[in-house]
Design a binder for this molecule. Structure first.
Ligand SMILES: [Zn+2]
Length: 158
């Protein structure tokens, strides 16, 4: 079973592999995942993603619309996939490579994660160590705040 509806990005993390949990897959809880103190059970969609902030490989537990409900995983792609296969009996062999090129991905990033960019220097939050502050119509990164602060002080002659 394939499903082209998988997005290139989920929460601005790049989808590398994805799997659909169909009726042939049996959920075998192994190491519970809690979201806001509530246990997350079986989900219909799983995605292995690369988190662009720190390059971590993670397993996103998603609903049918690929909304991330919970996150687990540690290690490389194979480790994360093995962890998912251990939780879902029959899942091995159902993994697909996300059908997106680097260009598709870059385009989606610009499109969907525009709000994650500094409105002044244009960098994405994962390119910046400094804090981002969000306003109604703009985001500003800590580097730009420092720069503006310095220029204002310079204007006062101090
Ligand atoms: Zn900036």
């Amino acid at each position: 079973m394939n499903d082209a509806s998988v997005p290139p990005l989920i929460d601005c993390a790049r989808v590398l592999h994805y799997a659909l949990v169909d009726e042939t897959v049996r959920y075998t809880p192994k190491g519970k995942i809690f979201v806001n103190d509530e246990e997350l059970g079986a989900v219909p969609r799983l995605a292995i993603v690369r988190n662009l902030v720190d390059d971590d490989i993670l397993l996103f537990h998603c609903d049918e619309a690929w909304t991330c409900l919970g996150v687990s995983g540690k290690g490389g792609i194979e480790d994360v996939m093995a962890d998912a296969n251990a939780r879902y009996d029959g899942l091995a062999g159902k993994w697909h490579v996300a059908p997106y090129s680097d260009m598709d991905f870059a385009r989606a990033l610009l499109d969907e994660c525009r709000d994650e960019r500094c409105s002044f220097c244009g960098r994405f939050h994962f390119e910046i160590d400094a804090l981002m502050v969000e306003g109604d119509r703009a985001m500003i990164c800590g580097d730009c705040i420092d720069r503006f602060h310095a220029s204002i002080q310079g204007g006062d002659g101090g």
